[in-house]
Ligand binder design. Structure first.
Ligand code: GSH
Length: 228
């Protein structure tokens, strides 16, 4: 029988059993996976890894992710690490409509471009500043904050350009939005303000309005501590 062009024929629409998510609850990398699992309405269970106690560097966890980082998932024996790789997997495997990661070459490249931003400028800018503040690390965060500010001003320009779309890579949400969301929404915790960026704040609100959106817990640090 001929399948519709958009149907994903080689995978079940839902996992047989809950997907196991190895995580740290205050990690934005982990939250992006939890958000995606919810947006796709997939069953999952969480396994909290105690990074403070070094559990992520113990043999049991290194067998799951030799890089010793969270997140990782186990989907009925398919074990994967790296948040963006996991987003790609979940979209390819379970998004039957292929809207979260389009098949079209140009559309997919737009998504990948922002995944790279999430793994680069975002991870080493606003996210790194937040983790330093959150865990009270004795490091100079000024270069991280500067990188976060530069990314936000670039994103503001992207979202207000004449050909701008409501979501970063398309008119509808994609995994690029999911990859960028958490560390940008929580940037004030690392002393990176969102106030000068109304288009970015409107975009964050559009993600928060999606069905089954789940937040990451807020931490009263950085600009949030000042505001509290
Ligand atoms: N590229 C990885 C980065 C993940 C990452 O940096 N995870 C942090 C927590 S947010 C971690 O596990 N850090 C411990 C370490 O690197 O030793 C991903 O996207 O999943």
């Amino acid at each position: 029988m001929t399948q519709p062009a958009t149907a994903h024929t080689d995978a079940p629409a839902r996992p047989d059993r809950p997907i196991k998510l190895y995580r740290l609850i205050l990690s934005g990398h982990c939250h992006r996976i939890e958000l995606m699992l919810n947006l796709l309405d997939l069953p999952y269970e969480t396994v909290d890894i105690d990074l403070g106690a070094g559990e992520h560097k113990q043999p049991a966890y290194l067998a799951i992710n030799p890089f010793g980082q969270v997140p990782a998932i186990d989907d009925n024996g398919v074990v994967l690490a790296d948040s963006n790789a996991i987003l790609v997997y979940l979209a390819n495997r379970y998004d039957t409509q292929r809207t979260w990661l389009p098949r079209d070459a140009v559309a997919a490249a737009h998504v990948q471009r922002w995944l790279s931003v999430a793994a680069g400028d975002l991870a080493f800018g606003a996210a790194a500043a937040r983790v330093a503040v959150l865990f009270n690390r004795d490091v100079d965060t000024s270069a991280m904050v500067e990188r976060g500010v530069l990314l936000l001003s670039r994103l503001e320009a992207h979202l207000t350009a004449p050909n701008a779309t409501p979501f970063v890579a398309a008119a509808i949400p994609t995994i690029a939005d999911v990859a960028l969301y958490t560390y940008l929404a929580h940037a004030p915790e690392g002393n990176v303000s969102l106030q000068p960026y109304p288009a970015v704040r409107a975009w964050l609100a559009r993600i928060e309005a999606l069905p089954r959106f789940v937040p990451m817990p807020a931490s009263p640090c950085g600009l949030n501590a000042v505001a509290a």
